[in-house]
Ligand binder design. Structure first.
Ligand code: FAD
Length: 401
C-alpha cells in the first residue's frame, strides 16, 4: 500500500488530508507537525481571537479524531529534520523514520526576526502561532503603551485590537505608507485615516533603530527619537521554511519551486502553501501567504498525487479585519493599472477596481462584499468592463457588465 508523508500540520497539510481522500487516495497518510496543536487557522489570531471574542476551539480546522477517522496518523510536537530522496524517507526530531511513496512539504513560513539593539528584551513579541497570542494577550492591558513595528496586515490588525482595548498604540512603518506592498495608495490612506481616528499614532518613513530597557523594553528608538513603550509587537514579515527541501537538493528560490501541479523538482515530492514559489495566472512567479493559496494548492497537490493532475490557476484572494472595516482583496495589483473607485471612502464603504487592458485585474473592497465577489468573478473570467459603469453607483454592481 502506498504511503504519503506530509511535513507540516497547518492549513495546507490539513486540506491535503481531506483532498487526498476525496480524490480517492486509499493508501496511508502520515502528517508530521512541529506544533503542539492539531492544524488550526491563523487569521483569527491577530483579529477576533486576540480580541477575546473567538473561542480557542474554533481555531482548530477539525477535531483530532477526524484525522484518525480519515486514516491519517497525525504526529504532533515532532519536527521533520531531513529528507532522503534516494531512500524515500523522512526522519523526525523524535528519532523516527517514515517511508514515503510521495511526499508533500507544507512547512509554511516563520517570523522574520528584527535585528537591532535590544531585540532580545522582554516585552517584544511576534505573532504567528497560538503560543505567540498566549504570550501577547496578558500584555494587552488598558492604558499601556504598545509599539507596533511594521504597518502590514498583522501589525495593523493588532493595532486595531489594542486600540479597542484602550492601549496607546504607535505603529512604525519604514515605507511611506502602510500595507504598501499589498494595497493601493487609496486603501493605505483610508486605513491610516481610520487608525488615526481611533487614536492610533502612525509613523511612516521611519525604521526602528533599537529598543531600550534593562530587562524589559521601555522605549523604541526610531527616526532619531525615543518613544516610550511597555510592549512591542514586531510584524515585519516572514521567511519561507524551505531548508528541509533545499538540503535535500530540491530546487528553491524565494520558496520551494513548484509547477502548476504543485510538484517540485523531484517528481515524487510536492509542496503547497506559504512555502512555495509558483507561477501566477499572469506568468509572474510569486510566493503567496494566504489561506486561499494554502487550500487551493493543497487540493492541486492531492489531485496530482491521486493520479488526477489539474493545473493551478486560481485567482488569489485575501482579507483583513481592522475595527469595523472588512478589507477583501482579489487578484494582484500592478502600479500601472487604471484605478476606478466605486463608493465613498468617507462613508467607510468603497472599492478600488484595477483595470488592465480593459479587464478587471484586481479589486480591493472595504465593507463592500458584493463588489468584491463580482470583482473576483470578473477577474477569473477576464471580461472587459467599462470604467465609467464600474465607478457609477447608480449602476448595480451585478449589472456592470
Ligand atoms: P501554516 O499554516 O503556517 O502551517 C505550516 C506548519 O508547518 C506550521 O505548523 C509549522 O510549524 C509546521 N512546520 C514547519 N516546518 C516543519 C518541520 N520541519 N516539521 C514539522 N512541521 C513543520 N491569510 C489570509 O488569507 N487571510 C488572513 O486574514 C490572514 N491572517 C493571518 C494572521 C496571522 C496572525 C497569521 C500568522 C497569518 C495570517 N494569514 C492570513 C496567513 C495564513 O494563515 C497562511 O497563509 C496559512 O496559514 C498558510 O498555510 P500553510 O499550511 O502554508 O502554513
Amino acid at each position: 500500500m502506498s504511503q504519503i508523508v506530509i511535513i507540516g500540520a497547518g492549513q495546507a497539510g490539513a486540506q491535503a488530508v481531506a483532498s487526498l481522500r476525496s480524490e480517492g487516495f486509499t493508501g496511508s497518510i502520515v502528517m508530521v507537525g512541529d506544533e503542539a496543536f492539531v492544524p488550526y487557522q491563523r487569521p483569527p489570531l491577530s483579529k477576533a481571537y486576540l480580541m477575546g471574542t473567538f473561542a480557542r476551539e474554533r481555531l482548530f480546522l477539525k477535531p483530532e479524531h477526524a484525522y484518525a477517522e480519515a486514516g491519517c496518523e497525525l504526529i504532533l510536537n515532532a519536527s521533520a529534520k531531513a529528507i532522503d530522496r534516494a531512500a524515500k524517507t523522512v526522519t523526525s526530531s523524535d528519532g523516527r523514520e517514515f517511508s514515503y511513496d510521495q511526499l508533500l512539504i507544507a512547512t509554511g513560513t516563520r517570523i522574520r526576526p528584527i535585528k537591532c539593539a535590544g531585540a532580545e528584551l522582554k516585552g517584544i513579541h511576534y505573532l504567528r502561532s497560538i503560543a505567540d497570542v498566549d504570550a501577547l494577550q496578558p500584555e494587552i492591558v488598558k492604558g499601556r503603551k504598545l509599539a507596533v513595528i511594521g504597518g502590514g496586515f498583522i501589525g495593523l490588525e493588532v493595532a486595531a485590537v489594542a486600540a479597542k482595548h484602550g492601549l496607546e498604540v504607535t505603529v512604525f512603518e519604514a515605507l511611506e505608507r502602510v500595507m504598501a506592498r499589498a494595497v493601493s495608495k487609496t486603501v493605505s490612506d483610508f486605513f491610516e485615516g481610520a487608525h488615526r481616528a481611533a487614536g492610533v499614532t502612525i509613523v511612516t518613513n521611519t525604521g526602528v533603530e533599537g529598543f531600550d530597557g534593562e530587562d524589559a523594553v521601555t522605549a523604541v528608538r526610531a527616526g532619531g527619537k525615543s518613544y516610550p513603550a511597555d510592549v512591542v509587537l514586531v510584524g515585519i514579515g516572514v521567511l519561507p521554511n524551505v531548508e528541509i527541501a533545499a538540503e535535500a537538493g530540491i530546487e528553491c528560490k524565494n520558496g520551494i519551486v513548484v509547477d502548476k501541479n504543485a510538484r517540485t523538482s523531484d517528481p515524487n515530492v510536492y509542496a503547497a502553501g506559504d512555502c512555495t514559489w509558483h507561477e501566477g495566472r499572469d506568468g509572474n512567479w510569486l510566493r503567496l501567504e494566504s489561506v486561499q493559496n494554502a487550500i487551493d494548492q493543497a487540493k492541486i497537490a492531492a489531485a496530482a498525487i491521486a493520479g488526477k493532475p489539474r493545473d493551478y490557476n486560481e485567482v488569489p484572494w485575501f482579507w483583513s479585519d481592522q475595527f469595523d472595516l472588512k478589507l477583501q482583496i482579489a487578484g494582484l495589483t500592478r502600479p500601472d493599472d487604471v484605478q476606478v473607485v466605486r463608493g465613498d471612502p468617507v462613508a467607510r464603504k468603497f472599492a478600488v477596481f484595477h483595470l488592465r487592458d480593459g479587464a478587471v485585474a484586481a479589486v480591493e473592497a472595504v465593507n463592500m462584499a458584493p463588489e468584491y465577489l463580482v470583482g473576483r468573478k470578473l477577474i477569473a473570467e477576464g471580461t472587459k468592463v467599462s470604467a465609467e459603469r464600474l465607478g457609477d453607483m447608480s449602476v448595480a454592481i451585478k449589472n456592470v457588465v
